[in-house]
Every structure is written in structure tokens, then in C-alpha cells.
Design a protein around this ligand. Structure first.
Ligand code: 9MR
Length: 386
């Protein structure tokens, strides 16, 4: 009897150990594996990483992610700084690294009102160029950049942030309105600048996937305008494969039902959805708090930078819960979501530390400054644990 009991206890103990070993072994340690049957998981790679600084960040990216976007090095200003000068070395390195690790590579970005040198919209006499000259410039740039990586960069954010928060195309010339809407090289081309960019990109690499990328895409006016844009391109048989939804979000915006609604609405268009620039700030808002508009400015102060010495557990928990809730929605919409890309690899490497207030300490990603997974990492992985 006693011996039987002992044997029973031993069996129970063995089963418990086996179950715990299996469940630890089952818990994915890599984001790309955790979501393999749902969507790709990517990260933005900094130019300094690509050029060899902090090799451990690149190693972490290679182990965790199966998609990569260069954070800055393919922007016009970086890759094509002067009319007859291209600077391809960083991009060449990025592409070679991505290929070495079997990454799905996304080129970011071909046409944007920001980070585009002034010369693009001017002739040698500094006078504004007309439509034909600007289209020539756009075509030459896209042919050269997309053509160089044909078959190697699988997808492009062709046009970035071309619609403002009111749903207006940035090519519209302001009439006493905000000059921020005015992009000097879109207006002379006219409202078909988006369509033309997609046509040029398609001609340069007929197999590349082509996306429209923007922020604040849950705003009702933007849902309407971007859906209209996609339908317009589709009706003209202009290739568009997907919409990139930048996820520069906060602990309490956008609301979960706004994200859910946005994913449902864009999901009706028959194109792929990508969450392209995910990061969640834990810092107090400096201005209106919801904008990723790179033109905003604010000044700092302690109230705006409360976690310089570390993130309190309660806020860490809040971030993890927020990430879990958001990924719960991504999993729900996995049939239309093709990729979720974080805008950076770890907290120390995030534009959020410098915008809209410079030199703050933010904690927006899943890996901390020592490259260790945060509780938000487990929370995210937990959304697909069986
Ligand atoms: O993260 C990028 C930062 O390093 C650059 O200084 C900035 C300006 O080029 O762009 C940041 O990335 C932006 C992205 O390209 C487009 N959406 C908004 C992102 C954050 O500003």
C-alpha cells in the first residue's frame, strides 16, 4: 500500500515535470515562430546597425524577425542626396544582411513629402519644376532604386503619408490653409502623383508588392480617403497590394474598437494589411499626442520625461496588457494582416526617445535596452499560446 502510494506520487511528479518541461519548450522564444501561421513579424533596422554598430542588435533582429524594413537608408535624402549622386552602400549592406537571414525585405519609401531634398522640386535655376519635369525625376528615382534591388527587395512602401488627417491629398495647394499640407513636389504633378508612383514602381519590378503607407489611419476621414484611393487604383488596374498602417500608438490611443473598426474597414478592400511601424509610447503626450507627423515640435521638462531611471512595474504591466490587447486584435484579423513590423529592435533604438521631445527615455518596444525581452514580449507571445 505504502509502496503503491509512493509509486503513485512518483508517477504524478514525473507527469508534472514532463508537462512543465513540454510547456516551457512549447513557449516560442522567437516572435517569428510564435506568429508563423498568422503573419510575418518584422522590425525596422537602423542605418547604424546596418553599418556595423551594435552587432548584437542585428543578431537579435535576425533571430526574432522574418521581415525587415530599413528605418532611414532608402529615404530619398539618404539614397539620392544630389541629382546625379546615389548612395547605395548602406542599402546594399542591408539587403545582403536580409538575404543572409532569409528576411522578407520591405523598401521604405519611394515618395514622401518629408526627407526629400529641396532640389527634387527645383530646376538648376531654383525655380519650381513643372509636372513633366517632376514626373521625370520621380520616374528616374524609382527606376534606379527599385531597379537596383529588383527581385531582392520583395515589397515597397511606394507612397508614404500622402493624405492628411482631414483626408485631403497633400498635393492640394492650400488656400489660406496649413502650409504643412503643401508638398512642393506633389502639387505641380497633381492628384495623380500617387498613381504615377505606383506605375513607375511596378514597371521597375513587376514582381514586387506595392503598398500605400500612412499614420493615424483609424481617423474616420482617413479611412474614407485611403479606401477611396485604393478603390480608385484598383478600378484603373494600377497594381496595389496592400496598405501599411503605421502603429505609432500610445497606452490609451487609439481605442481598441477604433483599431478593430479600422482593420475591418480596410479588410474589405481585398488588399493585404500590414501594421508597419508599431511602437507604443508610455510617455505623457507633449502636444496633441496622437500624431506621428514629423513636423511637430515641443520642448521638454521632467513632467514629460518621468521614467529616466527605469519603468515602474505598474507601467510595465500596463504596456504588456496594452500589447496583449492589440495583438489579440491582430490575431483576430490574421486573415487580412500579412505582417506586423515594430519600428525598431529595442527601446534604446527608437525614434520615440527623440520625438516629439528630444532626449527622453521611452519604452515602446518588446526588448529593453539590454536587449532582454520585456513582459510585453511574453504578453504578445501569449496571445497565440495554445
Ligand atoms: O524612425 C525614423 C527616424 O529615425 C527619422 O529621423 C525620421 C525622419 O526621417 O523618420 C522616422 O521614421 C518615420 C517613418 O519613416 C515614416 N513614418 C513615421 C516614422 C517616425 O517618424
Amino acid at each position: 500500500m505504502r509502496r503503491g502510494m509512493r509509486a503513485g506520487v512518483l508517477i504524478l511528479w514525473t507527469v508534472l515535470v514532463a508537462v512543465s518541461v513540454i510547456s516551457v519548450a512549447d513557449e516560442p522564444k522567437e516572435l517569428k515562430d510564435a506568429f508563423a501561421s498568422r503573419f510575418r513579424v518584422g522590425a525596422a533596422i537602423g542605418t547604424h546597425h546596418t553599418m556595423g554598430q551594435e552587432p548584437e542588435s542585428l543578431a537579435l533582429a535576425a533571430s526574432q524577425f522574418n521581415a525587415a524594413t530599413p528605418e532611414n537608408l532608402l529615404k530619398w535624402q539618404a539614397v539620392h542626396p544630389a541629382p546625379d549622386r546615389y548612395q547605395f552602400e548602406p542599402a546594399d549592406r542591408f539587403v545582403a544582411w536580409g538575404e543572409q537571414h532569409g528576411m522578407f525585405l520591405v523598401g521604405h519609401t519611394l515618395v514622401w513629402h518629408s526627407q526629400t531634398p529641396r532640389w527634387v522640386s527645383q530646376g538648376t535655376d531654383q525655380k519650381p519644376l513643372d509636372r513633366d519635369a517632376l514626373l521625370d525625376r520621380m520616374k528616374g528615382h524609382i527606376e534606379t532604386v527599385v531597379g537596383r534591388y529588383r527581385g531582392r527587395i520583395q515589397a515597397w512602401d511606394v507612397v508614404n503619408e500622402a493624405i492628411d488627417d482631414q483626408g485631403r491629398l497633400r498635393s492640394a495647394v492650400p488656400e489660406g490653409g496649413s502650409p504643412r499640407r503643401f508638398a512642393p513636389w506633389y502639387s505641380p504633378i497633381g492628384d495623380d502623383f500617387i498613381e504615377m508612383a505606383f506605375e513607375f514602381a511596378h514597371a521597375a519590378d513587376p514582381n514586387a508588392e506595392l503598398y500605400y503607407n500612412d499614420y493615424n489611419e483609424w481617423f474616420p476621414a482617413k479611412i474614407e480617403a485611403i479606401s477611396g484611393l485604393v478603390r480608385r487604383l484598383q478600378s484603373k488596374n494600377v497594381r496595389i497590394d496592400g496598405i501599411g498602417l503605421q502603429g505609432h500608438w500610445g497606452l490609451d490611443y487609439p481605442k481598441l474598437d477604433e483599431i478593430d473598426h479600422m482593420l475591418t474597414e480596410y479588410g474589405k478592400l481585398g488588399v493585404k494589411l500590414m501594421v508597419t511601424e508599431l511602437d507604443i509610447t508610455v510617455l505623457p503626450s507633449a502636444s496633441n499626442g496622437t500624431s506621428a507627423d514629423v513636423n511637430a515640435r515641443a520642448t521638454g521638462g521632467d513632467r514629460l520625461d518621468p521614467y529616466r531611471d527605469g519603468l515602474p512595474d505598474a507601467v510595465q504591466r500596463k504596456l504588456a496588457d496594452r500589447y496583449a490587447a492589440i495583438f489579440g486584435l491582430f490575431v483576430k484579423h490574421a486573415n487580412t494582416i500579412d505582417r506586423v513590423t515594430f519600428w525598431g529592435v529595442h527601446d534604446g533604438h527608437s525614434w520615440r526617445n527623440h520625438f516629439p521631445v528630444r532626449g527622453r527615455t521611452d519604452y515602446p518596444l518588446l526588448f529593453d535596452r539590454r536587449l532582454e525581452p520585456k513582459s510585453a514580449f511574453s504578453a504578445v507571445v501569449g496571445t497565440v499560446r495554445p
